[in-house]
Design a protein around this ligand. Sequence first.
Ligand code: AHR
Length: 498
Amino acid sequence: MPAFAQVSVSVDTGKPGPVINKNVYGQFAEHLGTGIYGGLWVGQNSSIPNTRGWRNDVVGALKELKVPLVRWPGGCFADEYHWRDGIGARNKRPVKVNTHWGGVAEDNAVGTHEFFDLVEILGTEAYINGNLGSGTPQEMAEWLEYMTSDTKSSLAELRRKNGRKAPYKVAYFGIGNEAWGCGGNMKPEYYANLYNHYATFLKTPPDARPKMVASGGNDNDTRWTEVLSKEAARGTDGISFHYYTLPTGVWEKKGAATGFPESEWFSTMQQTLRMDQHIKQNVAILDKNDPEKKIGFYVDEWGTWYDVEPGTNPGFLFQRNTLRDAVVAALNFNIFHAHAERVRMTNIAQMVNVLQAMIITDKEKMLLTPTYHAYQMYIPFQDATSLPVAVDNDVAYSSNGKGVPGISATAARAKDGKVYIALVNTHPTRASDVTLNVAGLTVGGVAGQVLTADAMDAHNTFEKPQAIKPAPFSARAQDGKLTIKVPAKAVMVFAVEA
Ligand code: AHR
């Protein structure tokens, strides 16, 4: 194996592609473990500094990420959530058991008004997931009316009585979640009927209609996209899809978040790159059934899922987050950009303390994960115009007779007018020399950031919260040729300079 791979990356600025919807960088916050309670919400009386109950440190860090969209209240939790439990005086709200996640008490301290307060503090948009599994069409319709109505209806008046005069803006509304599993163990045809049934009664003022999301398939299962794009197409803005990256690909023994062998670094790369194939298969079905491209393909749950951290509640899905997670995130961003025409929204699972989190907290302490840094580095790609990229002479990263691309690349013209390029090196020990050609621009150099570390499982801890973070990077062209040294196991994002 060569110590360096010589790769060439070409970008064509003269052939702009579709816009990368900023909501591709959406987040997901479920009532699960400490994803909300403790991680984001501490209540107004907490000694942890907070704004109306939302912790200032976490919210401050999330603001830096320019989070465009947050999905709430689940996941599986959504199909057991009854919105009326979460309005009115907090001390009078019912206490339930979170049967999906850890069997802990759910006191409904965070409900509709609290969530929208967070949305407004973050300056983000709301993706509300309704309860189809154990709710009724009436309950779902009334929640949407409660949130969006500007009339004198009793529900709108109740919202006002509970402290919110103006309607809330619901950007997306999900009709159920994982209907094939925790959302009701249904078949796609049955769910399609229910979707149409529920959607019939979801009424909002015309200018306040959210994008309606039909709950789709997962993994290799394309039947949901096939059925829903035919049977539930009217009034559907997007079909959702879930795909998680498990190092081993086996749910019973997924693999550890830290201390893993190189074979599991490799298999994680392989598994996560399957996202591309999943999207292609589903988009082919959409192109057949929806040639006008009205329906988006929303990957509203994705990310790494490891064995839970030993000693933690298995129902809390807490895992460490390492350099490997940042590389996984960046590979998925590059895939989403390549499918920007249909992939108009995604939500990583999840924002704080759960699965592939941006932020980890422990009581008053907080740290930023490598995944957080990947999201921050990719901010210029939000609402940028994608540009075609070709990677040539790449040397695959191979193991056990199988291979994955060594270098993954993406490019776009951002809203600031500059061309940004991201490069990801999947190889854990081999650096690459990347020669950059940008058609339509005279390239003097590049400047940006690089995220890498010595260890595959490099991660931040409360003792060393800055152990892994992006470093500045720049390179200048020489004799008209620009070569970028891409370290092993690295994510790079840079702007092209004259
Ligand atoms: O993100 C955790 C869980 O994974 C979600 O609640 C569910 O939709 C999925 O199975």
